[in-house]
Design a protein around this ligand. Structure first.
Ligand code: ATP
Length: 902
């Protein structure tokens, strides 16, 4: 028997579960052990050994290995072994970096792994989808990606889009009815939901009947296995650049070798030095280090609640020029409390805070006896009936005496929770309502309709619909109004009265909900929302506060200073939106507020013309967001757009940086996004942008450092050969420099903090090249200077000790290393070495000190002296070395500083 043919109790029996309590945790554990995790197999990953070996596949490294082999055969054992060790260490370094990058990327994936709401031990809990087992009862709702195959037990307007499985992109209406038929196609199995498909509307409950590779998706999973690794634009640019740099490095190296041989140097020595130089000068590690820097930055972001889903977003973040942010929950706290009530021209205030259902009702400042206010009672009761939220109580221990107190918390949507709390304050309970009314049908709230409706039957069998929703929308669908305890036809006068009331509440930054009803006869059609949400009788308004998040105002200011405009997008009333935008300082003096109606009317081109003046979009539907993104992009903006619902996904995808909410976001929104805010907070977007800018700057920092070092290394050799001098550095020294100074300090630059003014500059243009803002000049000029001072130190020493080439070479070696290690501090600033405190980045200080210690070992420890062809340095040598090494950074930096001041 197929699952879709079974009655509910048969399904429960076959899966060994209980529809009302679900599985016990113990049983779930047992099944998990027995049948494995609910995951699709991923493609094979390259083994660690393979990754390690791939570090040596570089052409020049192979040449170097061959050259080493030759020198070994020629009897240069020490040289050969040392070079081998250095190459090996280099490989290990590359391997470690690559692994580290990969690990943090995997960790990222796990952070944004899907979750399921399951019934365990009689309680609904959220678990990672991988831990779900057959027999778990699962709740699904609009925006969810279905986590396993399930048989549906209960549905509520549930529609699922199954194109990933069936190719059919029109959503299927689901039902809980038993189906008959031998071999129904997947698309016809209306009481089933399959892994990987998408809930586009409604909600439902199902029981899992297959997990992991046993699901329908698992059966075709091998077709889908594509491990796409996203390369960021910068990585791509650097790869191309790398090719050019390799060419240049090889050319210059060849020149060094040719001139050297022409000048009468030994061919073999020149060859080995040349190959070593090529290995050192070719920035083969650049893409890997960029990945590491990206990964390190991404980890810092995770700690601050921003989860990057797509690596390229890190770079784009630094270019963002507009943030379009949802209001509710992102700019505000989404902690709603009803404070105002309005019926037929009369207003009440409600006291009390939070979800605690105690408070008074005041009219003109006087406490009223709520039991006597029939209309008010009815409106509050209707607000409670047309509602999904629950207010629960839990004990909390507090204080020294451990006196037990209870705390009220919300399960559900805050807007609805506020209505429940208001009703509870009037003494209305869910039990009393259940006794009086039976809910027959429900049309859930949708941002597009901006209404929710339930159809109820009272004790006398009378049917009616209760609708709640955005007041302007409800009013537009109303025919009558409840006035002076009577129902009367809406007139222009009463309509204006309501509109004025909406405006008054909204201008106090209150979110307003209207409550209405409509009597129904049993013959009335109630299939679609449109059937009932018309000809309503308007009862009244409930206005609720939603305080702004305290940190948001500052974040918006910081963004403004960084050249980033914040736009508020909200489903709320334009006047409410304007009031909140004022509070948050989003809306400048002449800033515009545009509403959804206008937005629907104008074209993208028309919007494009005015969009730069608009700071608030109100009463918008999610569909409008795409239009906003397009208009902004047409103006040349790099747009960050937040969202949480199914309908937000297209805009999130179209934005340059799609941002999904971690708490309230649906799976669909998260999948479309490149960044997830795990705290739903606007301030986190600012943090992410700052970090994005910083990561890019850090990458620039070590490109600058590595390339300037390489330029210095090549030039000192080239100049020496041109001048007919002996070799200033021997092969092993070059390789050592490549390993030590390019290794640790370069990595430490990736951990650098942002320079003070990183959020005071305008956003970076996405077209900006790697070497923009004078970077190329800095690299060439500093590299040139490093080469020159090394050469001078070498020549001076050689002049003084014509017979001691080793001494001159050691001086050159130490000068080059020291010049690079001083220069690394210069790279931390866009300005000069004097603009930043060197001890800010302790990783770098430690990296530099360890490099210096390693270098001292190489020149003072006799066994290493033999290996590296070095000798002791005395005080006079050091004076020369440090004096020369300081010139490119310290002396020139001071000149620059002085020049600027003048
Ligand atoms: P924002 O865009 O600022 O995050 P939002 O997305 O919450 O706001 P919507 O959810 O589209 O905006 O709500 C629009 C309007 O619909 C609200 O101003 C309110 O009047 C009404 N509304 C919100 N939630 C409900 C609900 N659960 N039932 C009925 N009406 C609602």
């Amino acid at each position: 028997m197929k699952w879709y043919e079974m009655e509910v109790n048969e399904v429960e029996r076959s899966t060994g579960t209980n529809g009302t309590t679900g599985l016990s945790d113990k049983e779930a554990q047992k099944r998990l052990k027995q049948y494995g995790e609910n995951k699709l197999d991923e493609g094979e990953k390259p083994s660690a050994l393979l990754v390690f070996l791939s570090q040596f596949k570089d052409f020049m490294v192979l040449v170097l290995l061959a050259a080493t082999l030759i020198s070994g055969l020629l009897g240069e054992y020490i040289d050969a072994i040392t070079i081998m060790i250095i190459i090996l260490l280099n490989g290990v370094l590359g391997f470690v970096q690559e692994r580290k990058a990969e690990k943090s990327l995997t960790a990222l994936k796990e952070l944004s792994a899907p979750q399921l709401v399951v019934l365990r031990n009689g309680e609904w809990t959220k678990i990672p989808s991988s831990l779900a087992v057959v027999g778990d009862i699962v709740k699904v709702t609009s925006g969810d990606r279905i986590g396993a195959d399930m048989r549906l037990l209960k549905v509520n307007g549930l529609q699922i889009e199954e194109s990933s499985l069936t190719g059919e992109s029109v959503p299927v209406q689901k039902s809980e009815q038993v189906l008959v038929g031998e071999d129904l196609e997947l698309g016809d199995q209306a009481n089933m939901a399959f892994m990987g498909t998408l809930v586009t509307q409604g909600n439902g409950i199902g029981v899992i009947i297959a997990t992991g590779m046993k699901t329908e998706m698992g059966k075709i999973a091998h077709l889908l296995q594509s491990t796409e690794t996203l390369v960021t634009p910068l990585q791509r640019k650097l790869e191309q650049l790398g090719k050019i740099l390799i060419g240049v490095a090889l050319l210059l190296t060849a020149l060094v070798v040719l001139i050297g041989v022409y000048q009468g140097h030994d061919v073999y020595t020149m060859f080995l030095a040349g190959v070593s130089l090529a290995v050192a000068a070719i920035p083969e590690g650049l893409p890997a280090i960029v990945t590491v820097a990206l990964a390190l930055g991404v980890q810092r972001m995770i700690k601050r609640k921003a989860i990057v889903r797509k690596l390229p977003a890190v770079e784009t973040l630094g270019c963002a020029s507009v943030i379009c942010s949802d209001k509710t929950g992102t700019l505000t706290q989404n902690k709603m409390t009803v404070t105002h009530l309005w019926i037929g021209g009369k207003t009440w205030h409600v006291t009390g805070t939070g979800y605690e259902p105690t408070g008074d009702f005041l009219a003109s400042g006087e406490k009223v006896n709520i039991q006597k206010e029939r209309a008010l009672q009815q409106m509050l009761a209707f607000g409670y009936l047309c509602n999904h939220a629950k207010i629960n109580e839990k004990p909390v221990k507090e204080g020294l005496l451990k006196k037990k107190k209870t705390e009220f918390y919300l399960d559900g949507d805050p807007t609805e929770g506020a209505l429940v709390v208001a009703a509870m304050k009037a003494g209305i309970t869910s039990d009393s309502l259940k006794k009086q009314f039976k809910i027959i049908k429900e049309f859930p709230f949708e941002s597009t309709r901006k209404m929710m409706t339930v159809i109820v039957e009272d004790k006398n069998g009378k049917r009616f619909a209760i609708t709640k929703g955005a007041p302007d929308v409800v009013l537009a669908n109303s025919k009558n109004i409840f006035f002076n305890s009577r129902e009367e036809a809406l007139t222009n006068r009463s309509r204006t009265l309501v509109e004025d009331a909406i405006t008054t509440l909204a201008s106090q930054a209150l979110r307003t909900i209207a409550i209405a009803y409509r009597p129904l006869s049993t013959s009335d059609k109630v299939d679609y929302p449109l059937d009932v949400e018309k000809d309503l009788t308007f009862i009244g308004l409930e206005g609720m506060i939603d305080p702004p998040r305290p940190e948001v105002r500052d974040s918006i200011r910081e963004c403004r200073e960084a050249g980033i405009k914040t736009i508020m997008i909200t489903g709320d009333h334009a006047i409410t939106a304007r009031a909140i935008a004022k509070q948050l300082d989003i809306l400048p003096e002449n800033g515009k507020v545009l509403d959804g109606q206008t937005l629907s009317r104008i074209s993208v081109q028309q919007l494009e013309e005015i969009v730069d003046d608009v700071y608030v979009f109100a009463r918008v539907s999610p569909e409008h967001k795409l239009k906003i993104v397009k208009a902004l992009q047409a103006r040349g903006h790099i747009v960050a757009m937040t969202g949480d619902g199914v309908n937000d996904a297209p805009a999130i995808k179209a934005a340059n940086i799609g941002i999904a909410m971690g708490i309230t976001g649906t799976d669909v929104a998260k999948e479309a996004s490149s960044l997830i805010l795990s705290d739903d907070n606007f301030a986190t977007i600012k943090v992410a942008i700052k970090e994005g800018r910083n990561i890019y700057e850090n990458i620039r920092k070590f490109i600058r450092y590595m390339l300037a070092s390489n330029v210095g290394e090549i030039l000192v050799m080239l100049f020496a050969m041109i001048l007919g001098l002996p070799l200033p550095l021997v092969a092993i020294q070059i390789l050592w420099i490549n390993l030590v100074t390019d290794g640790l300090p370069a990595m430490a630059l990736g951990m650098d903090k942002a320079e003070g003014d990183v959020m005071k500059r305008p956003p970076r243009s996405p077209d900006e090249g790697v070497f923009a803002r004078g970077l190329a000049w800095k690299i060439v000029s500093r590299g040139f200077m490093i080469g020159v001072v090394t050469l001078v130190a070498f020549m001076v020493t050689l002049n003084a000790n014509p017979d001691d080439l080793t001494k001159a070479q050691t001086v050159a070696f130490v000068t080059l290393v020291m010049a690079q290690l001083i220069h690394v501090f210069d790279c931390r600033s866009e300005y000069s070495v004097y603009h930043r405190n060197p001890f800010e980045n302790m990783y770098l200080v430690v990296a530099v000190i360890s490099s210096v210690l390693l270098m001292l070992a190489v020149i003072y420890y006799p066994p290493l002296q033999t290996v590296f062809h070095t000798t002791y340095m005395d005080a006079r040598d050091w004076l020369l070395i440090l004096g020369m090494a300081a010139i490119p950074t310290v002396v020139l930096g001071a000149g620059q500083l002085f020049g600027k001041k003048r």
